[in-house]
Design a protein around this ligand. Structure first.
Ligand code: PGA
Length: 244
């Protein structure tokens, strides 16, 4: 890895209730190595208990989505100000499940990225090709389109990219370290050089304790976005240690 500080984030998706959150977050937060940045991306009802439980520790708390407007008639949505008011550190944007099931578009994501940035929230922007797109030789075009909104980011320190090939998410089919490294290098090269050198690019898609070290050893893989394995404290912490 480069001079970039590794960043490992757990994406709980729609798992764990608010009352299950505090104890779990405390268990994670007591044993974090200083050399790795660690975050949990939790469902909206778990944000307040997660912020409270992580208080005074280095563990960071992210939401899994937000709306781009500051307020308004958007039933069921949550604004950047609602997140910062709770003490939330950042937001995961553009996860493939949101693109696939909730019609998240690159245009809306560009607006969300700007709104999060203006509110002082860190962003993990998730990108990645589907199996059909990879087979059709479209991977690079898809990644280039999805990362377009990030090219204008003002605050590289607050932006992280997560490369998550859709075919590897929740399937147990991890990308090989070589394939993942090639995608990460390609993504980094799409960014202006000042940004590309500094931005961290996480790998996501069936990263587990037994394959994390190999993936994290690649020069352009700066951490992980962990789904299933982030729900078990021992597994998540093993991945964090592999990044240290
Ligand atoms: P997974 O999910 O680790 O369960 O494959 C990763 C993600 O979707 O962020």
């Amino acid at each position: 890895m480069s001079g970039r500080r590794p960043f490992v984030a757990g994406n709980w998706k729609m798992h764990k209730t608010a009352s299950e959150t505090g104890g779990f977050v405390r268990e994670l937060a007591i044993s974090l190595p200083e050399s790795v940045e660690v975050a949990v991306c939790v469902p909206f009802p778990s944000l307040a208990p997660a912020v409270e439980a992580a208080g005074g520790t280095s563990l960071r708390v992210f939401a899994q989505n937000m709306h781009q407007a500051p307020q308004g008639a958007f039933t069921g949505e949550v604004s950047a100000a609602m997140l910062t008011d709770l003490g939330v550190d950042g937001v995961l944007l553009g996860h493939s499940e949101r693109r696939q099931y909730f019609a998240e578009t690159d245009a809306a994501l560009a607006e969300k990225l700007a709104a999060a940035d203006a509110a002082g929230l860190d962003v993990i922007l998730a990108v990645g090709e589907s199996e059909a797109e990879r087979e059709a030789g479209e991977t690079e075009a898809v990644l280039a389109r999805q990362i377009e909104g990030a090219r204008a980011a003002d605050h590289a320190d607050r932006l992280t990219i997560a490369y998550e090939p859709v075919w590897a998410i929740g399937t147990g089919r991890t990308a090989t370290p070589e394939l993942a490294e090639a995608a990460h290098r390609f993504l980094r090269g799409l960014l202006p050089s000042w940004l590309g050198e500094r931005v961290r690019i996480q790998y996501g898609g069936s990263m587990k304790p037994d394959n994390a070290a190999q993936l994290l050893a690649q020069p352009d893989i700066d951490g992980g976005l962990i789904g299933g394995a982030s729900l078990v404290a021992e597994d998540f912490l093993a991945i964090v240690r592999a990044a240290a």
